[in-house]
Write a protein that binds this ligand. Structure first.
Ligand code: C2E
Ligand code: CA
Ligand code: CA
Ligand code: CA
Length: 278
């Protein structure tokens, strides 16, 4: 009966099967891309709302496939997580982003810090702390200049090893930032249990901040939670001046979004920074 069900499923849900085929193809392509080094990084500025100066940049991965063109990380990162490839990808991102920071600095560019995204799966690898230490040492980048963006999902993993790893990273001096804050879980108790230094208010709250009045109290509350715990608060997805003004008025210290700049390749970022500082 199960088999018949599967066949019927196959018959009626043809589109889903096509999706499954694409996933298999994509998994193979991801492995190939890792081998061949087909990924690139784009960099998006994070701006201090008070001074309008550059605070840091976030490294965002890009993948252009020969046949499919640009594949969004929203599509391939979850897939990479499922098939156990995300650890290798994040490792590549960390190395290359930190190396890029060192290169900009060698070129005389003032870039105060770098933020990279880390998947929860990355924490299963015991060597994360050692690797972060190593990458920073090789590039001669102080740990204080690196932020690791992690999601609330990781905070819910009740494993001693995760807790120890977060502690060790914090001891090393890197900043831990809670990405997509407000979207994951209702429990905030992890904020006092883990050595978090930053909250990143999710784009979905910022999106209609200046359109739908219901959003502002929520954003304000998130900023206050951060402030009362002594955390840096950054808003993502800032697309308009009005949003930026509201966030600043409510005490948010940092903003990131198209209003300031889109994610850019390294050279375009250098040009952007020169113009921004001019
Ligand atoms: P995220 O970490 O929340 O990154 C922010 C996303 O919002 C980026 O999408 C960025 O391009 C986009 N964005 C920035 N400003 C604006 C804005 O003003 N308006 C709008 N509409 N969007 C804005 P992107 O680059 O497509 O990345 C999507 C997600 O993929 C990231 O979300 C992150 O979860 C994941 N990701 C990207 N790079 C990496 C990586 O190197 N490692 C891991 N593990 N995940 C990554
Ligand atoms: Ca992020
Ligand atoms: Ca985010
Ligand atoms: Ca997000």
């Amino acid at each position: 009966a199960k088999q018949a069900g599967r066949n019927r499923c196959h018959f009626y849900r043809r589109d889903m099967n096509e999706q499954a085929v694409r996933r298999l193809e994509m998994e193979a392509a991801l492995r190939e891309a890792l081998d061949r080094g087909d990924f690139t990084l784009h960099y998006q500025p994070q701006i201090r709302l008070e001074t309008q100066r550059l605070h840091r940049v976030e490294a965002l991965i890009r993948w252009t496939h020969a046949r499919w063109g640009a594949v969004s990380p929203m599509e391939f990162i979850p897939l990479a997580e499922e098939c156990g490839l995300v650890g290798q990808i994040d490792r590549w991102v960390l190395e290359n982003a930190v190396a890029q920071l060192a290169r900009w600095r060698a070129d005389g560019l003032v870039v105060p810090g770098m933020a990279v995204n880390l998947s929860p799966e990355r924490f299963a690898h015991g060597d994360l702390v050692e690797q972060v230490r190593h990458v920073l040492a090789v590039a001669r980048v102080p740990p204080g200049d690196l932020t690791l963006e992690i999601t609330e999902r990781l905070m819910m993993i009740e494993e001693v090893s995760v807790h120890d790893t977060l502690d060790a990273l914090s001891d090393l001096g890197v900043t831990l930032s809670i990405d997509d804050f407000g979207t994951g879980y209702s429990s905030l108790s992890y904020l006092k249990r883990f050595p978090v230094g930053e909250l990143k208010i999710d784009r979905s709250f910022v999106k209609e901040l200046d359109i739908d009045a219901a959003n502002r109290p929520l954003v304000r509350a998130m900023i206050q939670i951060g402030q009362s715990l002594g955390l840096t608060v950054i808003a993502e997805g800032v697309e308009r001046e009005t949003q930026s003004r509201m966030l600043k008025a409510d005490g948010c210290c940092m903003g990131q979004g198209y209003h300031y700049a889109r994610p850019m390749p390294p050279d375009a970022f250098a040009d952007w920074l020169h113009a921004w500082n001019a």
